[in-house]
Design a protein around this ligand. Structure first.
Ligand code: DGT
Ligand code: CA
Ligand code: CA
Ligand code: ZN
Length: 581
């Protein structure tokens, strides 16, 4: 959806994060109110830009103070309340709060007692041993913090933006520019199109019959807080969230060459240019052309350029210089999975789970409407405090599902559960009860700071259980917020293969878990089976399947290895095989 909702939601989320510091607790009433408001704006069906104070407040979740902030943003391009908190809690300081095990109170203590206002300074202080004097931080917590910093890989200067934020910005800009009559094609390129987890800056490419109106529309967008540069066909802006966006306008006939060039990666481009040179051609952002006569060989589409270079179209997600050109040439690139290949969704919640937001009836109806052939309803297991289902609730839901099967005869509905893998690898309920489910996902939701061998052991123990068909979001990471657990990935792949257990590729944009770099480590093993699941908590989250598909492509996972691309019968045989072990 075009408009400013994404940008406003992001600012409100940022405001929420800073409020947590201000209030000293993530549970404070105001924090939770703004969090709800941010979600309401993100999910709103209308563009909030055109609404009055009263209309805004009519949206469920938006109160008066949020409505005022939105109006202020529309009128002035900023929110004074947010600016105030930003000044009080600068980015380096906020980064400190993202270190697992370091809560708002500790961060304030570090600042007030030791003047620590960035991760780099904290690292120095730990090395110098100066944390030892603090009353509330023992040697053990110091060690824990030091390890967490190392695992997060935070470096002050090269801060990158999580893909969930960058993609939101990019999609809004693309929609905004697509409305211009002069714009023939609009796309985002760069690391975002390659689907990296984190993004340095957003690159937007427009093919237009005339550049000026595109340039003007771009630099005058409400989200453009600052215009960094503006020429005839190139411009850069900073958004209110401090993300840089580069724009490039080209002629429609150059669009293929330009997309290829600006998608990168640099390594991939260099390898392609080398291939061009070997053929007596040059490849740049305008065209693939003869080096001497300058006659254009190909330029309109990426596909035509690859074809001229003797290659099939290589999916953007693979263009990292990791051997994709050699594999394409040898015909060994994985057959890329596409959204239309996905026949089932195997991780679905409803309001039966404490954190579900659409009813079971609505979730099932939406799955049927989307043409899925099978789904697994997987509410949280009882060990997940407030969100899990008791045994009685599980039995009651089973009866409701029996009714829904009659209502949707085309859809195979598995009654499943998302079990919690305990610190020791134990699961919810008991073995007999677990085998009454049709299908189980098991996921880590706790104890993120165990050692690698402890994490590996708990995951392997879950994999060994006959009721566990799939391990959900393997590492538990939240991109930019929480590093994942560390596991011996070879051991996990080995055990998954031995037992016929699948590994989930979770589609949430802030998870993308299994991460693509770990997926790639399995690129030569066709004995490991994956599933792409949305982990939906709301009907509109089924659409996230597109992100899981792209993460799978980036991880070199061939379609054939993804169980929910299989026809229903084959898929059900695979499910049954594990449960009868
Ligand atoms: P990022 O922004 O750090 O997440 O990563 P990218 O890949 O988006 O990098 P960016 O924004 O600097 O440039 C976008 C693309 O433009 C890049 O992937 C390839 C192309 N490009 C940029 N600079 C060069 C260059 O010096 N040589 C070549 N061959 N390509 C370049
Ligand atoms: Ca970029
Ligand atoms: Ca750039
Ligand atoms: Zn879940």
């Amino acid at each position: 959806m075009a408009g400013i909702n994404g940008e406003v939601a992001r600012l409100l989320y940022e405001y929420t994060d800073l409020l947590k510091l201000e209030e000293g607790s993530p549970q404070a009433f105001r924090v939770r109110a703004y969090e709800r408001a941010a979600a309401a704006v993100r999910d709103a069906k209308v563009d909030v830009a055109g609404l009055s104070l009263a209309e805004l407040q009519r949206i469920d979740g938006i109160g008066k103070s949020t409505a005022e902030k939105i109006l202020e943003y529309v009128a002035t391009g900023s929110m004074a309340g947010l600016e105030k908190l930003r000044a009080k809690y600068p980015p380096g300081f906020v980064e400190l709060t993202r270190i697992p095990g370091v809560g708002p109170k500790t961060v304030l203590l570090l600042r007030d007692e030791l003047g620590i206002d960035s991760v780099d300074r904290l690292r120095d202080a730990i090395e110098a041993g100066s944390l030892a004097d603090l009353p509330r931080l023992g040697a053990k917590s110091q060690e824990k913090i030091a390890k967490a910093i190392e695992r997060m890989g935070l470096h002050g200067k090269d801060r990158r933006t999580p893909i969930i934020q960058a993609l939101g910005v990019a999609l809004e800009i693309v929609a905004h520019l697509e409305r211009l009559p002069a714009a023939k094609h609009v796309t985002y390129c760069g690391s975002l199109r390659r689907f990296r987890d984190t993004i340095g800056d957003v690159d937007i490419l427009v093919a237009a019959t005339s550049a000026a109106p595109v340039m003007d529309a771009f630099t005058s967008m409400p989200m453009a807080r600052q215009v960094v540069a503006k020429g005839e066909t190139k411009a850069s802006i900073l958004t209110a969230g401090d993300l840089q966006v580069d724009l490039r306008v080209v002629a429609p006939s150059e669009f293929g060459a330009a997309t290829l060039y600006f998608t990168g990666s640099k390594e991939h481009n260099i390898a392609l240019r080398q291939r061009a040179i070997e053929r007596g051609w040059i490849l740049n952002e305008y065209a693939l052309a003869d080096a001497e006569t300058e006659e254009v060989v190909a330029s309109k589409t990426e596909k035509a350029i690859y074809a001229a270079l003797g290659l099939p179209l290589i999916a953007p997600e693979l263009r990292e210089g990791w051997g994709e050109i050699e594999a394409a040439e040898a015909g060994t690139l994985p057959r890329p999975v596409e959204e239309k290949d996905i026949r089932g969704d195997l991780h679905v919640h409803s309001t039966w789970s404490g954190d579900g937001r659409s009813s079971l009836e609505d979730m099932v109806a939406e799955a049927a409407r989307r043409g899925l052939e099978y789904i697994a309803i997987t509410e949280h297991g009882e060990n997940l405090a407030i969100n899990g289902l008791s045994r009685d609730e599980v039995r009651s839901e089973r009866e409701v599902i029996a009714g829904l099967r009659r209502l949707h005869p085309q859809l195979t509905i598995l009654h499943g559960a998302e079990l919690n893998i305990g610190p020791d690898g134990s699961l919810d309920y008991d073995d007999e009860f677990l085998m009454e489910f049709d299908f189980c996902v098991a996921s880590v939701h706790s104890a993120f700071d165990l050692s690698e061998s402890e994490q590996t052991d708990r995951v392997l123990r879950a994999i060994a259980h006959p009721a566990v068909n799939v391990v959900g979001h393997l590492t538990g990471r939240r991109i930019g917020k929480r590093p994942g657990i560390e596991v011996d990935i070879e051991a996990v792949y080995g055990a998954a293969s031995d037992t016929g257990t699948g590994l989930e590729i979770n589609c949430h944009l802030d998870r993308l878990d299994v991460p693509s770099d770990l997926l790639r480590l399995a690129r030569d093993r066709d004995d490991v089976t994956f599933v792409i699941s949305t982990d939906s908590h709301h009907t509109k989250e089924f659409g996230n399947v597109a992100w899981g598909v792209r993460n799978a492509r980036r991880g070199w996972v061939a379609k054939a290895r993804i169980a929910n691309t299989w026809p229903r019968d084959r898929f059900l045989r695979w499910v049954a095989a594990k449960r009868s072990r």
